[in-house]
Design a protein around this ligand. Structure first.
Ligand code: URP
Ligand code: ZN
Ligand code: ZN
Length: 465
């Protein structure tokens, strides 16, 4: 007798597709097979596709974002949107604050997240001030405690590290076997071009894209890879937007380096022309790196098909549009320089890749599962507890209706933002029912689970470290 049986569905993992029932007991998958008997809850999945719940390993939630700017999502609203969009785990960032011990910063994020989440969560760290105490004691201690990945930035005031600092952080990663994630854009190119554009009176949102050209991303990508090679550490290059940066990753992988790539929905379905909107509408699409052009979209699809990209994440970083604490902050109206960077996407990520990728025949369903769940779990130390459908794994499952067709609207996504940059996109396929550790959180599209079911996950060392 199981707690739950999912009956009659078509199951896909990163490697296989098969028809069988799923027996769930105590939050875990207890059996896969036929004629599993009875259960307290039977979920009829006939005609549906049963997939591992999505893992979104790149989301920003309740992160301080500068004077007077407030993120649109707290942990409740972000994980609500995540679970409605078929996710069962998200990995947000805990950003270091200057002159605050790292552990204290981590505890502050836990305080915001505890009791609020619909999905499971686990934090990456952002290291922006690698002091001797951080490098010598604080960071190694947190890696030992299961915070086994951290992000470094090569751009942004207050966040950018020098190459030397990157090397120092990578040395800690080497020692502790942590995984380094990098935001690769050349800080000085962006600062120089931003000053030039402003001096010429070019302050509209669309010049955000002009100020951050492909060359700035390509150069920083190459440099980050070089530093990782010197340090002998694996590296995840996040939010890759174009062919040239992707080719640097491809070359490094051919040379046998453990360099990994991530891309995001904005680089598949948006372009810099979206930044052109009337008045300030373009601010809705301001994110970094910016969306590029049709050729770059094609390149990113190639990277997905050819496994240059191993993970597909949202880079969910939500700011309300019509809000003085969001995209239309008083300073943001004076120049693109001050428009908060980031767009929402945690709820839209999976439907977009399912529809544009699987339903349009660009990738198969197994590749979809790898890109959206399994590879995230392997990369960030959650596998095989998370990211697959196997006996013993957590019963984190999304049941998809492959036939459901609709236009994506912001209202469907139930986040804390006031728009989606993906409004109106035709979507085929939808995650109608989602279970987190065996608990049905979304049933036939309705949120029925309670916040607080989601829990914090202590992670193991990355499979690649
Ligand atoms: O514009 C973006 N992507 N904002 C989020 C922060 C980051 O760099 O990932
Ligand atoms: Zn970034
Ligand atoms: Zn990000």
């Amino acid at each position: 007798m199981f707690d739950t049986i999912i009956r009659g569905g078509r199951i896909s993992t990163a490697s296989d597709t098969f028809f069988c029932d799923v027996g769930i007991t105590d939050g875990r998958i207890a059996a896969l097979g036929a004629d599993l008997g009875t259960a307290a809850e039977i979920i009829d999945a006939s005609g549906k596709w049963v997939l591992p719940g999505g893992i979104d390993s790149h989301v920003h939630i309740s992160q301080p974002s500068g004077e007077g700017i407030v993120m649109a999502d707290d942990f409740e609203s972000a994980t609500r949107s995540a679970v409605i969009g078929g996710n069962t785990t998200v990995l947000p960032f805990c950003m270091q604050e200057r002159d605050v011990p790292l552990r204290e910063a981590v505890n502050a994020y836990h305080a915001r997240a505890d009791g609020e989440c619909y999905t499971d969560v686990s934090f990456h760290l952002i290291i922006c001030d690698p002091t001797p105490a951080v490098l010598g004691q604080e960071l190694p201690a947190l890696v030992r405690d299961g915070y086994t990945s951290f992000k470094v930035f090569m751009t942004y005031d207050g966040l950018a590290l020098t190459d030397r600092q990157m090397l120092e952080v990578m040395a800690v990663a080497r020692e502790t076997r942590a995984l380094v994630m990098v935001h690769a854009e050349n800080y000085d190119i962006i600062r120089y071009l931003t000053d030039q554009l402003e001096a010429g009176g070019h302050t509209a949102p669309r010049f955000h894209a002009t100020s951050r050209p492909v060359i700035a991303e390509r150069e920083a990508t190459y440099r980050a890879i070089s530093l990782a090679e010197l340090s002998d550490v694996p590296l995840m290059v996040v939010h890759v937007s174009n062919r040239e940066a992707m080719d640097e990753i491809r070359r490094a992988r051919r040379r046998g380096l453990k360099i990994f790539g991530e891309t995001c929905p904005q680089y598949l379905v948006l372009t810099e022309n979206d930044l052109d909107g009337l008045n300030m509408e373009g601010a809705k699409y301001v994110c970094s790196p910016p969306p590029r052009d049709a050729a770059s979209q094609k390149a990113c699809w190639e990277g997905i098909e050819q496994e240059i990209f191993s993970v597909f994440s949202s880079d969910h970083c939500p700011f309300r549009y019509d809000d003085p604490q969001g995209k239309l902050a008083p300073r943001g109206r004076t120049s693109f320089r001050w428009v908060p960077n980031g767009i929402p996407g945690v709820g839209a990520r999976l439907p977009i890749l399912f529809s544009e990728g699987v339903m349009k025949g660009r990738i198969d369903i197994n590749r979809f599962v790898a890109l959206t769940a399994t590879n995230h779990a392997k990369t960030y130390g959650l596998y095989p507890r998370k990211g697959t459908i196997a006996v013993g794994a957590d019963a984190d499952i999304a049941i998809w209706d492959p036939d459901r067709r609709q236009k994506l609207t912001h209202a469907m996504l139930a986040d804390g933002c006031d728009y989606t940059p993906y409004e109106g996109i035709e979507i085929t396929g939808w995650p109608v029912t989602t279970l987190v550790r065996g608990k049905t959180m979304v049933r036939d599209g309705d949120l029925i689970g309670r916040k607080g079911h989601g829990t914090h996950l202590t992670r193991a060392i990355s499979a690649y470290a």
